[in-house]
Design a protein around this ligand. Structure first.
Ligand code: ADP
Length: 266
């Protein structure tokens, strides 16, 4: 295939015969390609708002800047663009931290039910209209996982955030925590909204992959949320299960192993 990459090495055996070695480098090539694409995408995502801010600064420093109406409007745009850059940089930092910790098994014992309740309450206190549509149902006792609290909190924020963004305003966002067999927990986030066509689903956890980039940007998305979720799920030895129907809604479920023993902290 055109993506196949081979390295050929020619050597000599002791008796003068030639040895030709073919090494399959396809994996390295794909990894390298992804790294290059990632840097290019991240730079592009940062360049756009930066160019816009510079443009507005320039205009403000000219005559137009003396009109208070224009000033206020431009400052608002500059603020929004700067916030976009901030979100992106924060997601990039999260992603690289999570990747750096990939092989370190998370050691804290986390009660997922309590964590989900905390996040629900935090959202409610935030006071946004959409936060009122979020409900939490806990169907199991002892929802303990060996985990990293900050990462699991980020996972919940990203998934509930997506459900709030891509679900229709006013429709419920249901968060359910239950069992999946004896050994696993299942945390599901269900929305009623855009849905996702099946061909996109396998690619959603790629960095910067978006079904509709314009829509994602206008909702404040960075395109990194699910890439971050995927890494967090892998670090917790879990899996991600995305079920969706276009125009109906989406359920994103995280299935991960329950902690075998509870660590009691004194
Ligand atoms: P974004 O910041 O763009 O939301 P994500 O990595 O969180 O980035 O998600 C990638 C893409 O997956 C989104 O741009 C969107 O197209 C799609 N997506 C994610 N969650 C949902 C959902 N609950 N409903 C519909 N589409 C979704």
């Amino acid at each position: 295939s055109p993506d196949q990459r081979w390295e050929m090495r020619v050597g000599e055996a002791g008796d003068g015969a030639r040895i030709v070695q073919l090494i399959d480098r396809t994996g390295n090539y794909a990894a390298e390609r992804m790294r290059v694409d990632f840097v290019a995408n991240a730079s592009h995502e940062l360049r756009t708002p930066l160019a816009s801010i510079l443009g507005y600064v320039e205009t403000l420093s000219e005559e137009a800047g003396e009109d208070p109406g224009i000033r206020a409007r431009f400052l608002k745009v500059m603020f929004d663009e700067a916030r976009r850059m901030q979100r992106l940089v924060e997601d990039l930092i999260s992603l690289s931290r999570i990747e750096a910790e990939k092989y370190r098994t998370p050691a804290e014992t986390i009660d997922l039910a309590m964590l989900a309740e905390d996040i629900r309450d935090e959202l409610a206190r935030g006071g946004s209209e959409r936060a009122r549509d979020v409900s939490l149902t806990i169907q199991t006792e002892g929802a303990l996982v060996a985990g990293d609290r900050a990462q699991l909190s980020q996972l919940l924020h990203n998934l509930i955030g997506n459900a709030m963004k891509y679900g229709r305003p006013g429709t419920p966002v249901r968060v359910t925590l239950g069992r999946d067999g004896e050994r696993m927990l299942r945390l599901a986030i269900e929305d009623q909204g855009d849905g996702i066509a099946p061909e996109h689903i396998p690619r959603l956890t790629e960095r910067f992959y978006r079904v509709d980039a314009g829509r994602s940007r206008s909702l404040g998305g960075t395109g990194l949320g699910l890439a971050i979720v995927k890494h967090i799920v892998e670090r917790h030895r879990g899996r991600l299960d995305i079920q969706s129907r276009v125009g109906v809604g989406t359920t994103v479920a995280v299935v991960m192993p329950r902690a075998q023993t509870a660590v009691i902290k004194g």
